[in-house]
Design a binder for this molecule. Sequence first.
Ligand code: AMP
Ligand code: MN
Ligand code: MN
Length: 378
Amino acid sequence: MTPEHTQVQGHATPGRIPPDRPLAPGGALPAEATGSAPCAAPDMAADWARAVAILTSAPEVCLACHIRPDGDALGSMLAVAHALRSRAGSAGQRIIASFGDQPFEIPKILRFLPGADLLSPPGSYPARPRVMVTFDAASADRLGMLEACAARADELIVLDHHASNTRFGTLHLIDPAAAATAVLAYDLIAALGIPITRDIAFGLYAGIVTDTGSFKYSTTSPRVHQIAAQLLATGIEPGAVALELWDRVPFGYLGMLSSVLDRAVLEPDGAAGHGLVWTTVSRADRAAFGLHYDVAESVIDVLRRAEEADVAVVFKESDDGQWMVSSRSKGKVDVGRACTRAGGGGHRSAAGFTARGTVEQAMAFLREYLADGAVSRR
Ligand code: AMP
Ligand code: MN
Ligand code: MN
């Protein structure tokens, strides 16, 4: 436990990390702190208080994170599932947690997270949830098979940090300045007055390290480190988490990476003259080494290191032949805007979309969107 007991303004949970900016009663960030529309809300304190009231009294709470979940989506959801479950014993509250992928498969690198037993397939999800909470989903379509359930939910609490969030719920706990949805999940658990256990900490920590690139990205505030410190104090090991998330690949991955990087293209004039580097990971590339789709996710982390390019793009072909596109920016170009125009979404520095048509067709319009995607002066 931390020796110091900080107190969150508005509720008296000991040992919690206060926000970078003052918290409004109920654990919310003040509206002005969240910045620009469409996410700024006039009275988020009331929203946080309402979320606490709803989640405290509901006999059943249905949780859902975005499809093909990453560490932030699944980690945040499992953390809240564990938290509600740890309290539900006495309250008799039923907790359902899922994501709308068909087939329903937990990404391999996330299987170390405690709580796989708390998950159920989307086919058995309540068709009309009384109370539903979404995690890290910027729009309803990111819920896949669970989109229809969300549309019918009586209360739909949207917990997210995408500036592009479409506000598809009945209650929005959205902060684009948050480094990860996991930070907001931490705030929610704090607002509910539930102590952080080791199981809860695993999910929150996985979310934070995933979305901050292991504390590398500029969203990594002092508070992010303070929260991480509190999570580590529960006994989780950062080295073990990093090993599971990034440092364990089959030997064949190295061969696949070699061919994928060998065909990478650098377009120095691309992305409004800030440079574009891109490559593809096809089904055939993976099949040659017997690799699962999941391994394609980390290629972008290698590609983005090319200093001549502000923007890196990886096309990843799924087993059913769809091209999923990942993009990253070092800050000069808004890839979120470009990917939103391409039918996807994301953040200014990390975004994606599903390509319709061929790679060449998708690259043609993406080049155009990136060309006028330069970020105006901050
Ligand atoms: P990724 O490249 O998959 O790690 O995703 C980076 C960011 O883009 C994340 O914030 C995702 O939520 C978002 N994103 C990725 N793919 C899509 C998509 N098809 N539609 C909307 N947002 C996406
Ligand atoms: Mn995500
Ligand atoms: Mn996220």
